[in-house]
Design a binder for this molecule. Structure first.
Ligand code: ZN
Length: 259
């Protein structure tokens, strides 16, 4: 059994473009990418619409038991249909989103990570596996990236892949499967939270330990505290939407404990 808790918050003063959705045996986290100010995205719907439409489009294929890349591919295709024809889906700045998915299937836990919403998998022996699709951190020339460069490398081999206007992107995600019996917990995070690692000197182990001990909301508070205390690097937004999901793996037979 999965016991799921999460916290999500917009950047102060903004609209939350992160999204969390869960079914009986799965959880997905999405982080919408905002087009830079003044850039035409070709879409009249906007990023919050994109992430919630993608999220709800996951429900049917996830419950049908589709393999995770197929499920995400179907969700992307359904979302493209939902734009309704008036939007320019060939626009390289069309709204897009990261997607991370975890699903228990019998004795295994399957995961998928597309773009920079990483997950940490904590094993019962204390070992930690990090699944991080860091292709956006390794584009040519380093940050800050010119707008045209990002547009030209989006959903391209040698560039990076993101959920938006190409159902094939789902098959470029990082995927894997681990036996549930060896798992203690899984953490899922948007980059508004993992800036604690990238910018503020925390380790993955520390992030996971804090989430286990104090819950996901504690991590969000830590992020805002670090942002206020230390500021952000030149290329970074002062604040970002931040989401942390903590999934405890409850061993079979322990379901009534604490009820
Ligand atoms: Zn649209």
């Amino acid at each position: 059994m999965l016991h799921v808790t999460y916290a999500t918050a917009p950047a102060p003063g903004g609209v939350n473009e992160d999204y969390v959705i869960a079914g009986p045996a799965w959880v997905a986290v999405l982080d919408g990418a905002t087009a830079p100010r003044g850039v035409d995205s070709g879409c009249g719907h906007g990023v919050p619409w994109l992430v919630r439409t993608l999220a709800r489009s996951l429900v049917e294929p996830m419950e049908a038991g589709d393999p995770l890349p197929e499920a995400l591919s179907r969700a992307i295709a359904a979302t493209m249909d939902a734009h309704g024809g008036a939007c320019d889906l060939g626009n390289p700045h069309a709204p897009s989103s990261t997607v991370a998915i975890v699903r228990q299937a019998g004795e295994h836990l399957d995961y998928l990570v597309l773009c920079d919403s990483p997950i940490g998998v904590l094993h019962t022996n204390g070992m930690l596996t990090v699944v991080d699709d860091d292709r956006t951190a390794r584009l040519p020339g380093g940050r800050p990236y010119p707008l045209d460069l990002v547009a030209s490398l989006r959903n391209r081999r040698g560039g990076f892949w993101v959920a938006g206007t190409d159902p094939g992107a789902a098959f470029e995600a990082l995927t894997g499967s681990v036996p549930v019996a060896g798992l203690r917990a899984v953490g899922m995070f948007t980059d508004g939270v993992t800036r604690l690692i990238e910018w503020y000197g925390r380790s993955w182990q520390e992030l996971m330990t804090a989430a286990a001990a104090h819950g996901p909301a504690h991590l969000l508070a830590e992020v805002r505290e670090a942002e206020s205390a230390h500021g952000t690097p030149g290329h970074g937004k002062p604040h970002d939407d931040a989401t942390a999901v903590w999934i405890s793996i409850v061993p079979a037979g322990d379901g009534r404990r604490g009820a």
